[in-house]
Ligand binder design. Structure first.
Ligand code: DAT
Ligand code: MG
Length: 141
């Protein structure tokens, strides 16, 4: 299968807790390579597009507020099947029950917030990846 790309975010909780290096270590140890990487402040406009599928859900407003609470590290990874591969590294959405061995399972937990603070985002399909990479890195060739 041809190599593919995915968009990964270390969310504000991960940056705040000093876990960017640990996330990158796992990504690189797995064999995926960043082709773009930047410490970035999200904006409400960018997040409205990024999380368009979640608009109207009960956790949407807390999600946007959380994603604006500090810088994120945005990156594009490349590698064969890296979209599903990174989702597997990340683990399930709920960090309390995400499998040990995964980023969310090893490093995340419930903090009693309305929104799950689960350290990382990864695109969930080739269509999402293309859309999200275009949003976060419009000039990437
Ligand atoms: P994922 O990040 O695993 O792709 P998602 O796209 O369904 O999950 O949701 C986006 C983010 O919204 C997720 O990372 C955390 C938050 N979230 C999702 N479902 C939630 C819920 N039921 N309660 C609180 N936060 C939730
Ligand atoms: Mg998602």
């Amino acid at each position: 299968m041809a190599s593919e790309r995915t968009l990964v975010l270390v969310k504000p909780d991960g940056v705040r807790r000093g876990l960017t290096g640990e996330v990158l270590r796992r990504i690189e140890a797995k064999g995926y390579r960043p082709v773009a990487l930047e410490l970035r402040e999200a904006t409400p406009e960018l997040l409205a597009e990024h999380y368009a599928e979640h608009q109207g859900k009960p956790f949407y407003d807390p999600l946007v507020e959380f994603m604006l609470s500090g810088p994120v590290v945005a990156m594009v990874l490349e590698g064969e099947r890296c979209i599903e591969g990174f989702r597997s590294l990340a683990g399930a959405t709920d960090p309390t029950t995400a499998a040990p061995g995964s980023i969310r399972g090893d490093l995340g937990r419930d903090w009693g917030e309305k929104v799950q603070q689960n350290l990382v985002h990864g695109s969930d399909s080739p269509e999402s990846a293309a859309r999200e990479i275009g949003l976060w890195f419009p000039n990437l060739g």
